[in-house]
Design a protein around this ligand. Structure first.
Ligand code: HPA
Length: 234
């Protein structure tokens, strides 16, 4: 047990999927895993472990934003021995060709700051995905026929952003979408020599204002879970 995760040693798999929303962890575990067992409910941040195609997998909520994700990812890696961590979440589209329902696979994650800022100081470290995982996820997403974009994303500290000009610069530099967790996951993976990836569904679009209707969210989220699991065990 750790401060934020109540699981016993051995109850957490080496492969962990990290949705921001704990109820999505519950839904994904009940939908995709066999013999899914609740392994964490500290602070309601639900985590489940079960089997997928003969592989032991944990699906653990990470909460919203990098400080929250950092707590769970640190404990999963340092205390439970997680080796492959895949964020599954949503992002806001930032390019005209990136449409709602598409999948964005994050090769890199730009930020203003992360919880690792104190270590990096003046260094602009470039957090990037594990290449083998990224490649496997791209193959899996394309095999499912989901329109998939691979490139840089922006991990923001704010959902209600008061700096539209910053978003414009991100768009100008080809950033595909904005979310709030991936950069710190990639930083931690680099620091601890484990594998990380973020697979994201475009849930809304900053330029068009389009948003994924509630009834479509489950299917898009399911596609993403499937892509993440397939990539993890390729
Ligand atoms: N901003 C930040 N995070 C997000 C967004 C957004 O517009 N959409 C989904 N996650």
């Amino acid at each position: 047990m750790t401060i934020h995760i109540g699981a016993l040693p051995g109850d957490i798999a080496e492969t962990v999927l990290l949705p921001g929303d704990p109820y999505r962890a519950k839904w994904a575990a009940e939908t995709f895993l066999e013999d899914a067992k609740l392994v964490n409910d500290v602070r309601g941040m639900l985590g489940y472990t079960g089997m997928w195609n003969g592989h032991y997998v944990t699906i653990q909520g990470s909460g919203m934003g990098m400080p929250s994700l950092s707590i769970y990812a640190n404990e999963l890696i340092r205390d439970y021995g997680a080796k492959t961590l895949i964020r599954i979440g949503s992002c806001g589209g930032m390019q005209p060709q990136v449409a709602v329902r598409d999948i964005v696979i994050a090769m890199t994650a730009s930020t203003i700051s992360t919880p690792s800022r104190g270590i990096f100081k003046e260094l602009n470290f470039a957090p990037c995905a594990d290449y083998a995982l990224l490649r496997a996820a791209v193959d899996a997403a394309q095999a499912k026929g989901v329109t998939t974009h691979v490139g840089g994303i922006y991990s923001s500290d704010v959902f209600y952003d008061e700096r539209p000009e910053l978003n414009e610069q991100m768009t100008r530099h080809g950033i595909l979408g904005v979310e709030m967790e991936a950069a710190e996951l990639y930083n931690l993976a680099a620091r601890h020599s484990v594998r990380a990836l973020a697979v994201l569904t475009v849930s809304d679009h900053l330029q068009t204002g389009e948003a994924l209707p509630a009834e479509d969210r489950e299917r898009s989220f399911g596609d993403m879970v499937d892509v993440a699991l397939t990539a993890a065990f390729k």
